[in-house]
Design a protein around this ligand. Structure first.
Ligand code: ADP
Ligand code: ADP
Length: 229
């Protein structure tokens, strides 16, 4: 079965006095297969973050259904949540926490016993072992992004979702993040990433779905898409 099953998902944002009610997702349906790197590509405003935020439980969908590793996010919310790790676009850490503490805290949030936590291993995986005890506020932007990835992996989810992982990062850091995504995927993690860079999706993803104005434009193996463009 697919890693993620998205069926007829509609999101209508409530209207505010500033804006008209916004139909951000217009009945999206597609599957993310297990085991690959899946790219969700589309211009700004396409609806990528909305979809990620629905999967993360941060935004309620208007209708439709989503199954994560077979678990319906409405009916089986707990299990769905344990099967996915989400790396948000915005970096938010308590500036006085250290990377080690950030990961230990997250382990506590998931109710993982101290002896079973993998904080050191995760710090090594994202190459932050030297920064174990530094205040988060002293980390570079790239280190913070790597820490966010480690944080999303604390509960060992089979699926990792990254929202615009390389937006606004320099070439060297982008290369590092791409490598990290590849490593995780090699270890069996199904990776989903959103991007508005076609080149990034081509390099990293074996399958690409393109959305625009809340609608699915195409969903194909990368090698088939590249020939079309
Ligand atoms: P993307 O991540 O692809 O850039 P978003 O999911 O952020 O797209 O946005 C999709 C559409 O929904 C945009 O038109 C955006 O303005 C609108 N939108 C996003 N968040 C809100 C919100 N909280 N309230 C109203 N409209 C929103
Ligand atoms: P196995 O040895 O059975 O492959 P692992 O310990 O490698 O098990 O992986 C178990 C789970 O832990 C993976 O499915 C993945 O979610 C997560 N995981 C493994 N390696 C890493 C890593 N380097 N960084 C983050 N998460 C990882």
């Amino acid at each position: 079965s697919p890693a993620i099953e998205i069926r007829d998902v509609v999101k209508q944002y409530a209207s505010s006095n500033k804006a008209e009610p916004k139909l951000a997702l217009k009945g999206l349906s597609f599957d993310v297969p297990q085991g690959g790197v899946f790219g969700l590509l589309g211009p700004n405003g396409a609806g990528k973050s909305t979809l990620i935020n629905i999967m993360a439980g941060l935004v309620n969908k208007t209708s439709g259904s989503i199954r994560i590793w077979g678990h319906d996010i409405d009916r089986d919310h707990r299990n769905a949540k344990t099967c996915i790790g989400i790396v948000p676009q915005e970096i938010v850490f308590d500036p006085f926490f250290t990377p080690f503490e950030v990961l230990e805290n997250q382990g506590g949030m998931y109710g993982i016993a101290k002896s079973l936590r993998r904080s050191e291993e995760l710090l090594r995986a994202v190459r932050l072992e030297d920064k174990r005890d530094a205040y988060a506020r002293t980390l570079s932007g790239g280190m913070k992004r790597r820490l966010l990835i480690a944080k999303a992996m604390v509960h060992s989810p089979p699926i990792l979702v990254l929202d615009e992982p390389t937006a606004g990062v320099d070439v060297e850091l982008r290369r590092q993040l791409w490598e990290l995504v590849g490593d995780l995927n090699d270890q069996g993690v199904t990776v989903v990433l959103t991007t508005h860079y076609l080149e990034e999706a081509e390099q990293l993803c074996d399958r690409i779905a393109i959305i625009n104005h809340g609608e699915l434009i195409t969903n194909k193996p990368t090698r088939e898409l590249v020939g079309m463009m």
